[in-house]
Structure formats: C-alpha cells, structure tokens
Design a protein around this ligand. Structure first.
Ligand code: ATP
Ligand code: MG
Length: 357
C-alpha cells in the first residue's frame, strides 16, 4: 500500500488548532479509502521556536522537508515578533527553498455560505488565482541607507526573471486549459510600471501561442478588483504577480464568504520538491485558544494536497464532505455567523467522509 510522508507545520496562533484538525481529517481519509496510508512528521517551528532558538526554523530544516511527499502548513505570525521576520524566516523560506513557484488559490462560494455579492448568483464566482510565488515584489532585494536620518532611503526591488515569468504563465495557461471554460485573465500594471511588468505582458503573449484553445485577456490590477465585484462570472483562471495576487486573493476569499474557508497550494509543478498546502488565513491571535477557528480552509487545503498526490477520488470525497458540512448552518463557526466549534466541524467532516466511502 502507498504510504505518503506528510510534514505538518502548525506554526503560530490558530495554526496550532486547525492543522491538528486537518491531520485528523487526512488520517480519516486514508482509513476510509483503504488504498493509501499517511505517515506524519510534525515540526514545531514558528514564534515559540524563535524565542528559544533565535530563528523560526532550524538551519537544516529544509533538508528535513525535502524527503516528504507534501507539507501541511498552518500560519506564521506572532504579535511579539515583526511580521517580516516571521514570514521570511519560515513560510517564504520554505516556498523559495523548495521552489514552490506556483501559488494556487481556488475560490468558490460553498453551499450554505452567504457571500457579500448580493447581485450575482453563487455559481458566478468560480475562480482559480495563480500567484507567482518566488520573485517579483517579494524578491527580498532592496535595502535601507541612513536609517533613522532625514535623508533615509529605502528600496524594495520587484525583480522578475524571464525564466520565472515564463514558467508561471505556462503553469497558468495549462491550468486554464484543464478547466471547462478555458479562460485566463493576466493581471498587470504595465501602464505605470514600465520595465518588469511590460516583460510580464510580453511573455504572456508569447506563452499564449502555445495554448491556442485558451482564450485570454489582460486586466490592470486596479480594474480587476472592480471586475471581481461587478462581473465575477467574466473571470475563471487568473494569473498575477506575487504582490498583486496576494491582494486579489484576500479580496476573493472575502467575496467567497470568509477568510477562514479559503485554501492554497504552494506548488513545485516539476515535483523536484514537496509542495505545501495551507489555509490562506493567518495566525489570528484574537481568537486563538478558544476552539472557534474555522478549520474549513485547512480541510480544503487537504483536498488540494490529495489532488496533488494523485488521489483524485479521495479529494472529491473530501470536498463533498466539506460542502455537506458548510451547507448546515448549525455547523458554521463564528466567522460565518454561527456558534460551532473547530472540534464539532472536524467531527462532522470526519463522519461525512466515512459515510461517503
Ligand atoms: P497574520 O498576522 O498571521 O496574518 P492576522 O492576525 O492578520 O494573522 P488573519 O488570520 O489574517 O489574522 O485574519 C484576520 C481576522 O480574520 C482574524 O483576526 C480572525 O478574526 C479572522 N479569521 C481568520 N481566519 C479565521 C478562521 N480560520 N476562523 C475564524 N476566523 C478567522
Ligand atoms: Mg494577516
């Protein structure tokens, strides 16, 4: 029997609540499927680790991850540690170190969820946002001079490489091609940013020639936010730079009903390294330790993980179980206006998963 090696990194805040819940669900998937097994190894990296060791993860941490089939990640963030330290010290370090260059974020309004878009039907919103995940505005290149002085100068360089842009566009076109509508929107800001973003557009047009069956258009990132709200059905697959997609996907998650629901995959498409799956929400210290965090974003991330491993029927079954549970208002957590606990939602999904097997 296949045995998948899964690394779990709960991280900080509610990550410590939703990742154990996701692990329980994945275990239940394996048990009820019967054709594969999962072996977990947990890594307690994050803010507490930082306080003890002065780093968010050990220096050889990436080596420990390389041998895994996939990684389940919670969140990195701690009110007592600057955000750029937690983010760069853990999440971005893994994404860049394991060359997870495609960040993939499906967005739909699940049954029973009341999104804020009153003028359109839930089925009008069915997107996948592909985010460039290793370079661009988050390349980390830049610096500060004369810190604290009136003449202080600081830069953040948005660094894009032809190879990096080409591979993310190709990934997005291929994904668009695999979806029923075969529709891709390339997000840009080449009207105002006249170097890297112009190259981004040019390469999109080049790669498009390899995919004659995909219809594609270009949209400025500012106009895209309005289009997401006003004409959601005009979008399907969306590709954007690191920063642009970061912002658009939070908007997308809110339009789909709650930050607590949305999943993401950090994918190394060539499978040279393991890919990492995580809810898009952060550590949410305001609700930590109360047992009320919505675990659905983590469960949906497990669906993406199973799809990535090639366990399509298990992935479909888990998605059905999740939708069955979201359809029941008695199983909504507080972010969805309900009173259900993390544990209640987890048990309900596990029960549904077994009954669908
Ligand atoms: P970080 O600094 O790690 O990004 P954050 O404090 O900004 O964390 P987020 O997780 O980004 O918090 O979410 C913002 C708010 O949305 C939280 O304060 C929380 O109230 C709510 N929220 C986010 N995720 C969930 C969830 N899974 N369940 C319930 N509420 C959530
Ligand atoms: Mg946040």
């Amino acid at each position: 029997m296949k045995a998948y090696r899964i690394a779990t990194i709960p991280g900080d805040g509610i990550g410590k609540e939703v990742i154990p819940a996701a692990r329980r669900v994945l275990q239940e998937m394996a048990l009820s499927d019967g054709s594969f097994n999962v072996e977990f190894e947990n890594f307690d990296w994050g803010g507490d680790y930082f306080r003890e060791h002065g780093a968010m993860m050990p220096a050889d941490g990436l080596d420990a991850l390389r041998g895994k089939d996939a990684i389940l990640f919670g969140s990195a963030g701690d009110p007592h540690i600057p955000d750029h330290v937690t983010l760069w010290g853990l999440r971005l370090k893994i994404c860049q170190g394991l060359d997870q260059y495609a960040n993939v974020r499906p967005t739909r309004i699940l049954p029973g969820i009341d999104g804020p878009l009153k003028r359109c039907a839930p089925e009008d919103l069915n997107w996948v946002i592909v985010r460039e995940n290793t370079e661009g505005e988050y390349s980390g290149v830049g610096g500060r001079m004369h810190q604290g002085h009136p003449i202080e100068v600081a830069t953040d360089l948005s660094l894009m490489t032809r190879a990096g842009v080409e591979r993310i566009h190709r990934y997005a076109f291929r994904l668009a091609q695999s979806r029923p509508r075969k529709l891709l929107t390339v997000i840009t800001k080449s009207n105002a940013q006249r170097h890297a973003m112009v190259m981004w557009d040019e390469i999109a047009a080049e790669v498009a020639k390899e995919f004659p069956d995909v219809s594609w258009d270009k949209e400025l990132v500012d106009a895209a936010t309005a289009r997401m709200v006003n004409r959601p059905a005009s979008l399907d697959t969306i590709v954007a730079t690191n920063l642009h997609a970061d912002i658009l996907s939070d908007l997308a998650a809110a339009l789909a009903g709650s930050l607590g629901i949305a999943p993401t995959g950090n994918i190394n498409p060539e499978r040279l390294y393991p890919s990492m799956f995580e809810p898009i929400h952060g550590s949410a210290f305001d609700i930590m330790g109360q047992g009320i965090a919505n675990p659905v974003g983590s469960f949906w991330s497990v669906v993406l993980l199973l799809e990535h491993l090639g366990e399509k029927s298990a992935a479909d079954r888990l998605m059905k179980a999740i939708e069955h549970v979201t359809a029941n208002p008695a199983l909504h957590t507080r972010d969805l206006g309900g009173t259900a606990t993390t544990a209640e939602v987890t048990e309900a999904v596990c029960a549904q998963v077994s009954s669908l097997a």
